[in-house]
Structures are given as structure tokens and as C-alpha cells.
Design a protein. Structure first.
Ligand SMILES: *Cc1c(COP(=O)(O)O)cnc(C)c1O
Length: 400
């Protein structure tokens, strides 16, 4: 017998990650106060979270959570199809559908799971799922779980998508794309993809985790911003953990598709429902996000201010008009060293390295939110400038 010991394998893999400067470790947040957070005893300004509209600690959102938990408890009790489906989920689904101008919505415990559900419930052996090269990991995993073919096209290349679909004329087809790319901040060419989908009889599915709440009229997201609707995009994903400052997700769109997911998607059926209190908090956040345009306006001003400042300083930002503002570094260790230098100056920015991003494109993923003010952004720009100077003075060669 030639059995591999798993202990040996994971040790070897850890050493390899170490050698490449790709160890990953968690940091522990003790307290949060808006964009400030205490991390292992020090206060840092958070420029890496996804609370784009400043909702996570909004008193109305926290109030809704507490009030609902007091009446309905902290747990989810059971799956939706047993006895976990609560009036709070119903209300959230109804208002979400109204906000996004679609017929129906279905709440999930997380966006990751929702993506698994969509592809698994709709595609199988003999079908094809065509995806952007930079799609979120959950979409890739979803196609793997579904057992369909997965074909990827070059980033934002609708021509590439049509080539992939033409090469697989049999079976059902889906084009799945992020609306806003999570590590790059740029937008998918949704109008072109909608044309491709129509010409090829494919379904277009948009994961709008970073667009909902931020883009388009009333913050309805990437699909609405592209002036598309349920006719062109039968299903889209809204997540609650980003601009809505809560947790969970919903698949929104065509009523027949949504019903099919509710009855057949294994990642929907075989898991405990989101707690009612979480749904109540999300509903409160959704109402605020919809109504309070000033949050989006302030965010847009901050984005413009940050980009102008970065350009003056010659900082190499990727082309993005969303709250995700990546600064390309390239080398993994250099990205880590920059993040450390920023932390020493009181700023928390994430160094994103492969395999989350392609080889040679390690970056600082800077995120802006309605909670940041101009002084904080100016201070970050100054710190980025200094961190870059420090890096150029002493290139990072020591192992991470
Ligand atoms: C965050 C994210 C998800 C996963 O959503 P969760 O609710 O955090 O599980 C899916 N897709 C994209 C593009 C994301 O950025």
C-alpha cells in the first residue's frame, strides 16, 4: 500500500506557502467604532472592510436585530422548507424584489451558498457554465458542484464568452459573471453579455455582491445601472454582508426560477434558515440604503478624491470607479511589506495575493466607505506614499 499521510501533505503545503510568502493568518478585532477598530490592542482605521454605506453599526439596523431577537430568538430553528421560514424572511424577500424591480427573491445564509444553489439547481452533466476569468471563487466552485462544464473567458471579454458558447452548442448554458469584480473593482460588460446570452440562448446570471446598494438608481446595483432588467438577467445575486452591513444573501429575479431554487437547490434545502433577527436587520439596512442617496453621493466623492490624490502621487491604482480601489504591487512580499508599513502608520489595508488574484498581480485592496472622511483619506494617501518610499529604500526580501 502506498497511502499518503495527510499530516505529511499539509506540512509540505504549509512550508511551500511559507517559502512563497503566502501564509495567511487571521487578525482579531476586539472592538469596532465606525471605521475605527481595535486590532490586537491597537486602534486602526479600516480600509479593507466592505461596509460601503456605513450600515454595519447603524443604530436602526442594530435596533431591528435586537428587537427581533428579543421576540423571535437568536437561532434559525430549522431549514426554510421545514419550519424555519419566518415572516421576517417573507418581508425581506418582498421588499428586496420591490427595490430591485424583479418579481421574486429568495433569502440564503450567505452569498457563497447562494451561488452554489443557483448553478447546482439549474445546470448538470452535459451543460456549460461560461465565466469571466476573474469571477469570484464561489461561482467557480458552484460550477464544479453542479457537474457541468466550466469554461472561462478572458476578463470582461464578451467576444470570448461567445466563442466559448459556440464551442459548446449542446445542453443548457449559463453565463455567470460578477457585476463588480471583487478584487479589481471594475464592472462587467453586462450589456454586451446580455446580447451574447440572447444570441446563444444562454441564461445570464450576475453576482452583484459589490454592486447592490452602491451602483445605479436607488442603489439597485450593476444590472439596473446597465439599464437591464429581469428579461435580460433572469437571476442576480444580492449579498447582505457588504453594502448592507449585515449578513446573508438573496437570489433575485424571475419567479419560476426562484421557485425552482426553493424546491430543488440542495444548498437551500439542507441548511438552517438565516435567523429571523438577521433578516429584520437586513430589511432595516435595505430601507436605509434605498432611501439615503447621500451615502452613495458621499462615497462617490470619496472615491473621486482618493483617485485624484493617488494620481497626483503617481500611485498605480487599477481603473475602478467603485469603492474597491486596488493598488497594484505585483510581488507578493512587497504587497505584504506595504500592508505592514501601513499598519505601522495606523491603517488596515489588505494585501491580496495569489491564488485570490492571478500570479504577479499581488495588490493592496483598498476599500472606501461612506464612513470615511476626507482627512482620513488624505492621511491614507500620505501613508501609502511613505510606505512605497520605504519599500523602494529597502526591498522586501526576508521571508514573510
Ligand atoms: C463576498 C462575495 C460573495 C460571497 O458572499 P458572502 O455572503 O460573503 O458569502 C460572492 N460573490 C462575490 C463577488 C463576493 O464578493
Amino acid at each position: 500500500m502506498n497511502r499518503i499521510r495527510l499530516q505529511d501533505r499539509i506540512d509540505a503545503q504549509r512550508l511551500e506557502r511559507e517559502a512563497l510568502g503566502r501564509r495567511r493568518n487571521r487578525r482579531t478585532v476586539g472592538r469596532r467604532d465606525g471605521v475605527g477598530c481595535e486590532v490586537e490592542g491597537r486602534w486602526l482605521l479600516d480600509f479593507c472592510g466592505n461596509d460601503y454605506l456605513g450600515m454595519a453599526q447603524h443604530f436602526a439596523v442594530v435596533d431591528a436585530l435586537q428587537d427581533s431577537a428579543a421576540r423571535h430568538g437568536a437561532g434559525g430553528v430549522a431549514s426554510h422548507l421545514v419550519c424555519g421560514h419566518h415572516a421576517a424572511h417573507e418581508a425581506l424577500e418582498r421588499e428586496l424584489a420591490d427595490w430591485l424591480e424583479v418579481p421574486a427573491a429568495l433569502v440564503f445564509g450567505s452569498g457563497y451558498v447562494a451561488n452554489l444553489a443557483v448553478v447546482q439547481a439549474l445546470l448538470g452533466d452535459g451543460d456549460v457554465c461560461v465565466q469571466d476569468k476573474l469571477d469570484h471563487a464561489s461561482l467557480i466552485d458552484a460550477a464544479r458542484l453542479a457537474g457541468c462544464r466550466l469554461r472561462r473567458y478572458p476578463h470582461a471579454d464578451a467576444e470570448g464568452a461567445i466563442r466559448q458558447l459556440r464551442a459548446h452548442p449542446e445542453g443548457a448554458a449559463m453565463i455567470a459573471t460578477d457585476g463588480v469584480f471583487s478584487m479589481d473593482g471594475d464592472l462587467a460588460p453586462l450589456r454586451q453579455l446580455a446580447l451574447v446570452a440572447r444570441a446563444q440562448n444562454a441564461m445570464l446570471y450576475v453576482d452583484d455582491a459589490h454592486g447592490v446598494g452602491v451602483l445605479g438608481p436607488e442603489g439597485r446595483g450593476s444590472v439596473a445601472a446597465a439599464r437591464l432588467g429581469v428579461a435580460e438577467v433572469p437571476l442576480q445575486l444580492a449579498t447582505f454582508g457588504k453594502a448592507l452591513g449585515s449578513h446573508g444573501a438573496a437570489v433575485c429575479g424571475d419567479a419560476a426560477f426562484v421557485r425552482h431554487l426553493a424546491e430543488t437547490a440542495r444548498p437551500y434545502i439542507y441548511t438552517t434558515a438565516m435567523p429571523a433577527a438577521q433578516a429584520a436587520a437586513t430589511l432595516a439596512a435595505m430601507r436605509l440604503a434605498r432611501r439615503e442617496q447621500w451615502r452613495r453621493d458621499k462615497l462617490q466623492e470619496s472615491i473621486a478624491h482618493f483617485r485624484a490624490g493617488a494620481q497626483r502621487r503617481g500611485l498605480p491604482l487599477l481603473p475602478s470607479e467603485t469603492p474597491i480601489q486596488p493598488l497594484l504591487v505585483g510581488d507578493d512580499r512587497a504587497a505584504l511589506a506595504m500592508a505592514r508599513a501601513l499598519e505601522a502608520r495606523g491603517f488596515w489595508v489588505a494585501a491580496i495575493r495569489p491564488p485570490t488574484v492571478p500570479e504577479g498581480t499581488a495588490r493592496l485592496r483598498i476599500t472606501l466607505g461612506a464612513g470615511h472622511d476626507r482627512l482620513q483619506i488624505d492621511a491614507l494617501l500620505q501613508a501609502l506614499d511613505e510606505a512605497r518610499g520605504q519599500l523602494q529604500a529597502q526591498p522586501a526580501t526576508a521571508p514573510a
